[in-house]
Write a protein that binds this ligand. Structure first.
Ligand code: OAD
Length: 227
């Protein structure tokens, strides 16, 4: 089976009703990224940060995966598919994808503030400010904040290097090290980039599909039936 690696970002979940970060009206226009998505923001005002992620988690319970998530999951019938996502939602899981790497963590999990490996499932409920992890430290969202290491990045780079087909869907490729993963693709890999807006990426063997994720994935499915 040919290997498909899908690098996904906020844009694939936009049509489910989850706001992206950098589009006009995006989350980083409404919130200060340094206050809610940087480790220093957590140190300065954990209450604000908990509230921000509690709201995101509550919203996640109310939305559904869209056709783009579903088509990606269905591709597993004919391809060996791994999703490498920057998203912290669980819409790939809920659509049925089985191999998923979350580079930036997961909203439905929380972790110890001292031990990155002590992770607990919390579902969609809020984390209380004084709630403790099993090791007695403050329980925090299982999110990789700016200023923190990205533990899954090496594993993701190894996987991208094995791709016969690399899909880049709904990411502005602004945030490193995730954006740097595209550089690990093999010279022979066929690359498809789905985004309604221009993304500053040019490479070998690349086909740009200037569409929203749902229509773009429908087009891609037709292209891949002949692959
Ligand atoms: P961005 O908000 O930076 O980019 C979203 C991309 O999705 C843009 O290229 C949009 O053009 C595109 N887009 C918008 N609507 C779309 C649609 N319906 N279908 C397809 N694409 C669409 O989001 P990311 O690149 O995912 O990290 O952001 C990367 C990281 O920055 C996030 O994981 C998050 C953020 O800060 C942390 O918070 C640690």
């Amino acid at each position: 089976m040919k290997k498909i690696i899908a690098l996904t970002g906020a844009g694939i979940s936009a049509e489910s009703g989850i706001t992206t970060f950098r589009d006009s009206g995006g989350l980083w226009e409404q919130y200060d990224i340094m206050e809610v998505a940087h480790i220093d923001g957590w140190r300065k005002n954990p209450q604000l940060v908990q509230r921000f992620y509690n709201e995101r988690r509550k919203q996640l319970e109310e939305v559904e995966p869209n056709a783009a998530h579903h088509i990606l999951a269905e591709l597993e019938k004919d391809f060996d598919v791994t999703v490498v996502t920057q998203n912290v939602d669980n819409l790939h899981e809920r659509a049925g994808s089985t191999k998923i790497i979350h580079l930036h963590g997961e909203l439905t999990k929380a972790r110890s503030s001292v031990n990155t490996d002590m992770i607990v499932d919390i579902g969609y409920r809020p984390i209380e400010l004084d709630e403790k992890a099993p090791d007695g430290s403050q329980l925090r969202p299982h999110i990789v904040w700016f200023g923190e290491a990205v533990p899954m990045i090496e594993k993701a780079a190894d996987i991208v290097a094995q791709a016969d087909i690399l899909l880049i869907i709904g990411t502005s490729l602004n945030v490193y090290p995730a954006a740097g993963l595209v550089g690990y693709a093999d010279r022979k890999a066929q690359i498809y980039l789905i985004d309604p807006n221009e993304v500053p990426y040019s490479g070998r063997n690349i086909t740009m599909i200037r569409e929203k994720a749902t229509t773009g994935m429908k087009k891609l499915k037709n292209i891949l039936t002949n692959f």
